[in-house]
Unconditional design. Structure first.
Length: 140
């Protein structure tokens, strides 16, 4: 069975993608796009709001802005890893920085995408994230 099919077999029919961005317009835009493509989406204005939600336990893919007040996207990713939450993460940013990109990819994020986000690149990253989520849920 190909890897994609294995991953899909381990995920619910409609995996949950959580979107976190303090810019409401970006949050709405990404949410609307992904919902129109059939994804189930939960959106949050901050990392703290996401961490306070029950959604954290159901999220299969996380799309999060790098630059946010109180906790950046990379800080959130690190916090989740330290807390044993293995959520495949895609970072998005209006201020691309090669150093941050390199550090993020070295730490294991799926993608680091500049805004405005190219739809095909985002969908490619989401596919990779859901494959990883499926592998992470395989029995040991």
């Amino acid at each position: 069975m190909p890897v994609a099919n294995i991953a899909e077999a381990r995920l619910p029919a409609r995996p949950l993608i959580s979107v976190i961005d303090d810019d409401e317009d970006v949050r709405i835009s990404i949410t609307s796009l992904l919902e129109s493509l059939g994804f189930t989406i939960e959106a949050f204005p901050s990392a703290m709001a996401f961490l306070a939600s029950e959604t954290i336990h159901r999220t299969h893919c996380l799309i999060v802005d790098v630059h946010m007040p109180r906790m950046t996207g990379l800080e959130l990713y690190g916090h989740l890893r330290q807390s044993d939450y293995s959520i495949p993460t895609i970072l998005i940013t209006a201020y691309p920085d090669d150093g941050v990109r390199s550090r993020a990819l070295d730490q294991g994020v799926i993608g680091y995408l500049p805004k405005p986000i190219e739809q095909d690149r985002l969908l490619g990253c989401i596919h990779s994230a859901l494959e990883r989520a499926g592998r992470d849920r395989e029995p040991s």
